[in-house]
Design a protein around this ligand. Structure first.
Ligand code: CMP
Length: 137
């Protein structure tokens, strides 16, 4: 069993597709081990994406991630990390395969509907970043 972190980003929350995205996870064998809706501030979003702090899109990324509430989830299941990435599709929705979350719900590389951990090590760190042990069930 693996755990991975998912964030339903402000664009998808604003569109009212939280339930549709959660259904993609549950319909594909990923169990919701934790879920909360939060408004990130610039400090929290900036720290979360610190790995990108030297990239030209960092400022816009932090601004976008703080533009409205997000829903943060811990997904659990067999191959959860890779499975979630398959369900999300490519970072740029223009390149995302048909039927993926980003192909169906995202508008641009910035407003790309969801974030998902890209390695098991990052998943463990990202889960710890947002959730206490007691919150992951
Ligand atoms: P995410 O998986 O949340 O991780 C970092 C985010 O930066 C990424 O999704 C995109 O929404 C955003 N981003 C903006 N421009 C780029 C880019 N050129 N390459 C990668 N990510 C980008």
């Amino acid at each position: 069993m693996e755990q991975t972190l998912s964030i339903i980003k402000p664009d998808a929350v604003k569109k009212g597709v939280i339930g549709k995205i959660v259904d993609r996870f549950e319909s594909n064998g990923l169990r919701i081990a934790a879920m909360k809706k939060v408004q990130l501030d610039a400090s929290k979003a900036g720290d979360f994406y610190a790995v990108h702090k030297d990239r030209p899109f960092y400022g816009e990324l932090v601004e976008f991630m703080t533009s409205g509430p997000v829903v943060i989830l811990v997904l659990e299941g067999e191959d959860a990390m890779a499975k979630n990435r398959d369900l999300m599709g490519a970072t740029n929705p223009k390149e995302a395969a048909k039927g993926t979350i980003r192909a169906d719900f995202a508008d641009s590389i910035d407003a790309n509907a969801v974030h998902g951990s890209d390695s098991l090590e990052n998943a463990a760190n990202e889960i710890k970043f947002f959730f206490s042990k007691e919150e992951v069930i």
